[in-house]
Write a protein that binds this ligand. Structure first.
Ligand SMILES: CC(C)(COP(=O)(O)OP(=O)(O)OC[C@H]1O[C@@H](n2cnc3c(N)ncnc32)[C@H](O)[C@@H]1OP(=O)(O)O)[C@@H](O)C(=O)NCCC(=O)NCCS
Length: 161
């Protein structure tokens, strides 16, 4: 049996990738777990959000398998002007969810936060989003009881390793 070598990396997401991001974020398996989205994304809102964003970096998640590299998702770090920057992540290629790509991407985003001088991070997770809860808690994020509701819970990482 041959073993396929898989490498996950991040690359800056640019305006050229907005259509792809819109397509990924328009699938209910993705947007059901986003607090600020309740249906398929509307292009004008998507573009306007992109143009207005501040204190935030967006990346494509790239997956290299043997000699081929493709775009499989996106990750962002936002609120970079605060003590607890936030992480948002999606693996848009649905058939490869649950294979470790999301977790590797979050590790890389944490490295980027460290590079920018941050030591803490925060994420808001829907309580039904078990893969995401598992992903972040196994990376050391802890539920913050004070700001959590039944549906949405805040998890914080007090010290990025
Ligand atoms: C959440 C998401 C980014 C996770 O990425 P992924 O590549 O599918 O997850 P990974 O394969 O890296 O798995 C992360 C952890 O969750 C676990 N996991 C995966 N699928 C799971 C499931 N259905 N139920 C419970 N745990 C699960 C994995 O075992 C892994 O834990 P481990 O490292 O201890 O084994 C991805 O599922 C996604 O894009 N979901 C839709 C958008 C979203 O919810 N974004 C997050 C908003 S906070």
């Amino acid at each position: 049996m041959s073993v396929v070598t898989q490498t996950v990396s991040l690359a800056p997401l640019t305006s050229v990738d907005l259509e792809l991001l819109l397509a990924w974020r328009s699938h209910p398996d993705i947007y059901n777990y986003f607090k600020i989205q309740s249906g398929p994304l509307v292009w004008e809102e998507h573009q306007s959000f992109w143009l207005k964003r501040t204190h935030r970096e967006d990346f494509l998640i790239l997956l290299q398998e043997e000699d081929q590299t493709r775009k499989v998702g996106s990750i962002n770090i936002s609120k970079l002007n605060t003590e607890y920057p936030e992480i948002g992540v999606l693996v848009g290629e649905l058939s490869i969810q649950g294979k470790g790509v999301g977790k590797k991407a979050v590790r890389l985003a944490l490295n980027r936060l460290k590079e920018l001088g941050h030591n803490k991070a925060r994420v808001e997770i829907n309580s039904k989003n078990h893969p995401s809860v598992r992903l972040f808690t196994t990376l050391g994020f802890v539920k913050e009881n004070t700001t959590s509701t039944a549906d949405w819970q805040t998890y914080v990482l007090e010290s990025i390793p």
